[in-house]
Design a protein around this ligand. Sequence first.
Ligand code: SF4
Length: 164
Amino acid sequence: MQNPIITGTQVAYYIVCQRKLWLFSKNISMEHTSELVEIGKLIHENSYQRKRKEINLEGIKIDLLEAKRGLIHEVKKSKSLEESHLWQIKYYIYYFKNIGIQIEGIIDYPKLRKRERVSLSLEDTCFIEKTLMDIDRIIRKPEAPTIINKPYCKKCSYYEFCYC
Ligand code: SF4
């Protein structure tokens, strides 16, 4: 396990954009300027309030833990960037496995009234270990990786920083 711990957000950003990962890891934050981020936070705060048991371990912040059922939940706004959601929760499963706790994950999309069950395969473990090494390499770079020019850049909180 890395020291300091790589967070689930960093793993998700690695999947989305290495530049975003780098900016976030340098504490350059534009989150407050994005209306979409605000909407996401509202959904997050209002979903599953009765069941909520958020846990925060060394930067590993999990939306809901159902300890008896061995389940963790991540609450997401939409299925755009779905792959990043998937690897974020797989990373949490990997993290718990490494401290001796076997769990599975659920991604909740309350706005879509959908949920997806997630587990961790051997191939996933290899991918996560390679990803962690790559994240460590990227965040040590003295300069930000290049702009990626993807359609989802327009919804990114760093859009103005990258393109204006
Ligand atoms: S705007 Fe695009 S290039 Fe810039 S950080 Fe976001 S995803 Fe990456």
